[in-house]
Design a protein around this ligand. Structure first.
Ligand code: BES
Ligand code: MN
Ligand code: ZN
Length: 505
C-alpha cells in the first residue's frame, strides 16, 4: 500500500491532521537554541513561549534526521507536531534537496501508523519532500502475514505537502506528478530486489519486466535459452547453465518520442541469485546475494520511467538475467566461453560471473550504436572495500564518468569517479583465451572488473560503469529515506543523467 500525497496551500497553524511535520535547523553560531526551518515560521508563535523553546526543552537540536514529537494541545489544528532535523544549512541559510529528502524520509518512518500528516517541508523543496516522504514510507510487506510494516504499523497513509504561498498551482501539480513517478520507479526497483530468489528467477524476472514495460508501451523482447544459443550469447549461457532456471536476455525500448535528443543504452546485471557457482561463496550472508540483480532492477524501472514521463531520449535497456548455481551442469573454473561477438574468456573464478553476462549484454547494446552507454551492477566486493556501503564506484570514459558521478552525488545516491588503470589489462591475460575473467591479485578488484568490461565496450563510446555492490542493498539500519533491504539505487542517478542528456545532449 502506497502513501497518498497531495498538495495543500494553507497555513500550518490551521491545517487539520494527526500530525504536522516541521523542519528544525541546528543552533547558529553563538546561540543555544535550534531554529525553525522555512515554512514553519507561522506556527512558532502559536505555542506559549514559542514552539522552538518547547522543542529545545525536549532535547531537539536540529541535527540531521533527529525526530522529536510533541502534543500540540490545541496550539495548532494538528494533533501532534513532529520536528525533524535538517542538519546544518548552506551559508545562505537554506537546506539542500538531499537534506529535505532525508528529513522527509526520517519523518515518514517516524509516522508509521499515522493516518494523515501535513508537512511544511514541501515549502522548502516540493519534489524533494515528495520523494523523501514516499521513499521513507516504503515497506516491503508482500510476504508478511498482514500488510503491517515497520514495528507492526502501517506506513503513513496520507501526507499533504504544504506549498509556498503564491506558487503556481499547475506548475506544482506537475512537479508533484514527476516526483511521484520517480519515487514509484525507485519503489519498483526496491520491490524487485526485495522479492526472494525462489520467486524472482530469470524467467519470472523477464515476465515482470515484460509486464512493466508493456504497461507503458515499451517494445519488449525476451530471448530465452534457445534464442540465446541461437544468438551465441556464451557468457549468459555459461553462467546460467548450472541452474534449472534458465537465463534470459530482456530488451526494452523507449522510442524517445517524435524527436529524441540522443540515444542511450542501459545495461544492468541481473543475477537473480549468486552462490558463486563452483567457486562457491561462504555461507555467511549468502542470503544477501538475492540483491545481485539490483542493476537490472534499476535499469528496468528507469526505462519504464522514461516512457511514463515521455523523456525525449531514446532508451534501450539490455538486461541479462541468470542464476549462478553449482551443479553437475555448472560451468567450471578452467572453462572457456565464447561471448556474444566472438571474444573468448577463460573462466578462472565462477564467482566473477557478473562481468560474463554483462560482456554479452554490452556487446549487444553497442551494436545499436548508442550515443551513450551506462551499465550498472553489484559487481565486486572490492567496491565495498574501496568506498563503503553508500558510495558507488563510477568508471568509464573520463568525461562521461565524471558527469555520471556528479549526478550520483547530486541525487544523494552517492558515487565517486574511479580509474581504469591500463596496467591492469595484462593482469587479465589468459593462457589460452582472449582474456581471463579475473586477475591473480585481489588488489584493485573493482577496477579490474571495470577494465574487463571496457574490453567489450570498445573505443570511442561515451560510457559509464556504476558498481553498486554496497549502495544497492541496505543490510544495516534504516536511515533518511532508505529502509532495510533493496534501496533502488541507482534509479535516481540514471534518471538524472537521462534528464541531463534530454536537455543538453
Ligand atoms: N555479486 C558479487 C559481488 C558482491 C559482493 C555484491 C558483495 C554485493 C556484495 C560478484 O558476483 C562477486 O562475487 N564478485 C567477486 C569477484 C571476484 C571473484 C574477482 C568478489 O567481489 O569477490
Ligand atoms: Mn559472484
Ligand atoms: Zn554476482
Amino acid at each position: 500500500m502506497s502513501t497518498e500525497l497531495r498538495i495543500r496551500n494553507e497555513s500550518a497553524a490551521t491545517a487539520e491532521a494527526d500530525a504536522i511535520i516541521v523542519g528544525l535547523l541546528p543552533a547558529p553560531e553563538g546561540s543555544d537554541n535550534p531554529v525553525l526551518a522555512a515554512g514553519a515560521e507561522d506556527i512558532d508563535a502559536a505555542f506559549p513561549g514559542g514552539l522552538v523553546a518547547e522543542l529545545a526543552l525536549l532535547g531537539a537540536t536540529g541535527k540531521a534526521e533527529e525526530v522529536v514529537k510533541l502534543v500540540a494541545r490545541g496550539a495548532v489544528a494538528a494533533t501532534i507536531v513532529v520536528a525533524v532535523g535538517l542538519g546544518k544549512p548552506d551559508a545562505d541559510g537554506t537546506s539542500g534537496p538531499e537534506q529535505v529528502r532525508r528529513a522527509s524520509g526520517a519523518a515518514a518512518r517516524a509516522l508509521a501508523g499515522t493516518a494523515h500528516a501535513v508537512s511544511t517541508l514541501g515549502r522548502i523543496d516540493l519534489p524533494a519532500a515528495a520523494e523523501g516522504t514516499l521513499l521513507g514510507a516504503y515497506e516491503f510487506t508482500r510476504y508478511k502475514g498482514s500488510d503491517a510494516g515497520r514495528n507492526g504499523k502501517k506506513p503513513v497513509a496520507r501526507v499533504d505537502l504544504l506549498t509556498a504561498a503564491g506558487a503556481d498551482d499547475a506548475a506544482q501539480q506537475e512537479q508533484l506528478r514527476r516526483a511521484v513517478a520517480v519515487a514509484d520507479a525507485v519503489r519498483t526497483a526496491r520491490d524487485l530486489v526485495n522479492t526472494p530468489p525462489n520467486e524472482l528467477y530469470p524467467a519470472s524476472f523477464a515476465e515482470r519486466a515484460r509486464t512493466l514495460g508493456e504497461a507503458v508501451g515499451l517494445q519488449v523482447e525476451v530471448l530465452d535459452e534457445d534464442a540465446l544459443a541461437e544468438g551465441g550469447y556464451g557468457g549468459l549461457l555459461g553462467v546460467g547453465q548450472g541452474s534449472s532456471r534458465k537465463p534470459r536476455l530482456v530488451r526494452l525500448r523507449w522510442s524517445g518520442g517524435d524527436s529524441p535528443r540522443a540515444t542511450v543504452a542501459l545495461v544492468g546485471k541481473g543475477v537473480t541469485f549468486d552462490t558463486g557457482g563452483i567457486s562457491i561463496k561462504p555461507a555467511a550472508n549468502m542470503d544477501q546475494m538475492t540483491s545481485d540483480m539490483s542493476g537490472a532492477a534499476a535499469v528496468v524501472a528507469t526505462t519504464v520511467l522514461a516512457a511514463q514521463l515521455e523523456l525525449p531520449v531514446a532508451v534501450t535497456a539490455t538486461v541479462p538475467m541468470a542464476e549462478n548455481m553449482p551443479s553437475d551442469t555448472a560451468y567450471r573454473p578452467g572453462d572457456v566461453l565464447r561471448m556474444y561477438g566472438g571474444k573468448t574468456v577463460e573462466v578462472l573464478n565462477t564467482d566473477a560471473e557478473g562481468r560474463l553476462i554483462l560482456a554479452d549484454a554490452i556487446v549487444r547494446a553497442v551494436q545499436d550504436s548508442p550515443d551513450y552507454l551506462i551499465e550498472t551492477s553489484t559487481l565486486t566486493g572490492a567496491q565495498l572495500v574501496a568506498l563503503g556501503t553508500r558510495t558507488a564506484g563510477v568508471m568509464g570514459s573520463d568525461e562521461f564518468r565524471d558527469r555520471v558521478a556528479g549526478h550520483a552525488q547530486a541525487t544523494g545516491e552517492g558515487g565517486w569517479p574511479m580509474p581504469l588503470p591500463e596496467h591492469l589489462r595484462p593482469e587479465l591475460d589468459s593462457r589460452i583465451a582472449d582474456i581471463a575473467n579475473v586477475t591473480a591479485s585481489r588488489f584493485g578488484g573493482m577496477l579490474a572488473a571495470g577494465v574487463f568490461l571496457s574490453e567489450f565496450v570498445g573505443e570511442g563510446l561515451s560510457w559509464a560503469h556504476i558498481d553498486i555492490a554496497g549502495p544497492a542493498f541496505n543490510s544495516g539500519s534504516p536511515w533518511g529515506y532508505t529502509g532495510k533491504g533493496g534501496t533502488g539505487v541507482p534509479v535516481r542517478t540514471l534518471w538524472a543523467v537521462l534528464s541531463d542528456i534530454a536537455e543538453n545532449g
